[in-house]
Every structure is written in structure tokens, then in C-alpha cells.
Design a protein around this ligand. Structure first.
Ligand code: G3P
Ligand code: CA
Length: 295
């Protein structure tokens, strides 16, 4: 047997085993069996950062489905907007890293976006996690995500670059309202909106005072909690900048603390011990189960 063929067979076996493990985990999560979860024990919200993005191509339906199956509490969606005004799920302001194309998101129409392959890059970058099912996956529109999951999941949506995408905030509010995910008929907490841009959050707060809002920040040290508490329900700092004093202070201001982005079991345990209320993670299964492995 040639060396290359042997490697391919080995990788296929690893892939099959990995999927089997994830399947078993998801069955356990959804059947409510003997395993506990951090959420059950501590009330910590598990926010699937770009979906279950360590195990499937970020911001594809595959990553969102996996996150749901693994028991995430929220699907995190970063917003971009096409040239013809459609909201899509994408993190970067270009398509270069996560598709087979090269362009700025706002320079493409939806029909051009829909021709892109948003899955193969993942297979190439992570051969040990690759799946044929990821090849050719499209970038989803926000409308497609809402149509697919409806109100069966909770959404955690980031308004990115509102200056580059004028009208994005109103389009999002309109889509959420049309799908009854916000407004009188919706459960509070079904949707959380996050942003680094305080002006966008203040604008939303005026229109929908009951909609949960999280002020993101690169450092907890630069967050003015009194000001934030006047328009938001929580803060989302980068996790390494957190300490107990900040979290206690945030709680005194009635602010939740949702930290990003924590994948390592030791860091997860540290954040839980510090008292955070939610964790953004690429590794939903790690947060759900991994911490039990650490002393
Ligand atoms: O949304 C919270 C955190 O994810 C912010 O970072 O760049 O991954 O959107 P980013
Ligand atoms: Ca984000």
C-alpha cells in the first residue's frame, strides 16, 4: 500500500470516530441522562461562537446544527450585509478567509455570495476534522437561519461595522420582529444583541427597551459600568482581562458578564470560578463536558 493511501485511510477513520463521539455526546445532551452540564449546575450560558466553529466551518448551517446538538444555549451570529442589502452570517468584512473567493462582503450581491463555497477552507485547514458534507456549504442569510431554526433556539447576534453597513441595525430588527423573535410574542432572552458599538446598542435600547443587549469590549479595564448599565444588560469583555472585582462590580450594576472566547478547559474552569454568567466558545462540547476533567 502506498504511504499516501495509508494516511488517507487513517484520516478517514479518525474522522469517523470523531463524528461518532460527537453524535454520542449530542444524544447524551438531548436525552437528559446522567451527565450534568455547567448550565444545569451553575446557570452559565454557553454561547456557540460562530456555531460549533472548532468542529465545523464557522457560520454555516452545519456549525449551527452541531452547536444545537451539542447543547449550546445560544447560537452566535456575526452580521455582514451584501451590496443589495441582505443580512448574512459572516465574521470578516471580506470573504477571503472563509470561502473560495476574494472580495469585500459589501461589494458582492447575494447571488454572488451564494455561489461561494464556505466549507472547503475548513477541510483544507483542519484535515483531521474534515468532512465531505462541508464541501460547497453556502454562506447563510440571516433570514435562512431564522426560517430554519425558528424559535427553537436562542440567538446571540453581533452588529458589526454599522458604519460600513448602513441600515444593518434596522434590517436586523425588522427580520427579528417579522419572525416574532422580538416583541410582545417573544420570550425575553430568545435574542441577545451584542456589539462593540455603543451607539447601535443605545439606538436599539430606545426602540426595544426589553431586548437584552451586551456591550462588547476588548478589555474589562476600559469599561464604564455605570454608563453601560443605562442602556445594556451586560458586558462582553475578552476573558483574559477579567478579574473577580470587575465581575462583582458588574453584578452590583445588574450587568451580566459574558466573556469571549474560551476554549481551553483550564480557562473555562477559571472563568466559572470567577463568576461569569456566560461563555463564548468555539468548543461547545468542551464547555459542556470538558471542565469536569480538570481538578
Ligand atoms: O462576539 C464576541 C466576540 O466573538 C467578539 O469577537 O471578533 O469573534 O466577533 P469576534
Ligand atoms: Ca462575534
Amino acid at each position: 500500500m502506498q504511504k499516501g493511501n495509508g494516511l488517507k485511510i487513517y484520516l478517514k477513520m479518525v474522522m469517523k470516530l470523531r463524528f461518532l463521539l460527537l453524535l454520542i455526546l449530542s444524544l447524551v445532551v438531548n436525552s437528559g441522562t446522567v451527565f450534568g452540564s455547567i448550565k444545569d449546575e451553575k446557570g452559565i450560558q454557553i454561547i456557540a461562537h460562530r456555531g460549533a466553529s472548532a468542529d465545523a466551518p464557522e457560520h454555516t448551517m452545519a456549525a449551527y446544527e452541531l452547536a444545537v446538538n451539542l447543547g449550546a444555549d445560544y447560537l452566535e451570529i456575526d452580521l455582514g450585509m451584501t451590496k443589495d442589502g441582505h443580512l448574512i452570517a459572516i465574521h470578516d468584512d471580506t470573504i477571503d478567509r472563509t470561502t473560495n473567493g476574494k472580495a469585500r462582503v459589501h461589494s458582492l450581491t447575494l447571488s454572488e455570495i451564494k455561489q461561494l463555497d464556505a466549507g472547503s477552507w475548513f477541510n483544507n485547514k483542519f484535515p483531521e476534522k474534515a468532512s465531505p458534507a462541508y464541501i460547497g456549504l453556502p454562506i447563510p442569510t440571516v433570514e435562512e437561519v431564522f426560517n430554519h431554526f425558528g424559535d427553537s433556539v436562542n440567538y446571540y447576534i453581533e452588529i458589526k461595522k454599522p458604519d460600513e453597513y448602513p441600515g444593518m441595525t434596522d434590517k436586523l430588527l425588522h427580520a427579528l420582529s417579522t419572525h416574532h423573535l422580538i416583541g410582545n410574542k417573544a420570550h425575553q432572552g430568545k435574542v441577545i444583541i451584542e456589539s462593540f458599538h455603543s451607539e447601535s446598542l443605545k439606538y436599539i435600547h430606545k426602540k426595544y427597551p426589553n431586548l437584552l443587549l451586551i456591550q462588547l469590549g476588548f478589555s474589562s479595564k476600559r469599561m464604564n459600568l455605570s454608563k453601560i448599565a443605562s442602556y445594556a444588560n451586560g458586558v462582553g469583555p475578552e476573558f483574559t482581562t477579567l478579574d473577580k472585582e470587575f465581575i462583582e462590580n458588574a453584578h452590583k450594576h445588574d450587568l451580566l458578564v459574558h466573556c469571549w472566547t474560551v476554549d481551553n478547559a483550564v480557562d473555562i474552569r477559571k472563568m466559572i470560578d470567577l463568576g461569569v454568567d456566560g461563555i463564548f466558545t468555539n468548543k461547545v462540547d468542551q464547555v459542556k463536558f470538558g471542565v469536569w476533567l480538570t481538578p
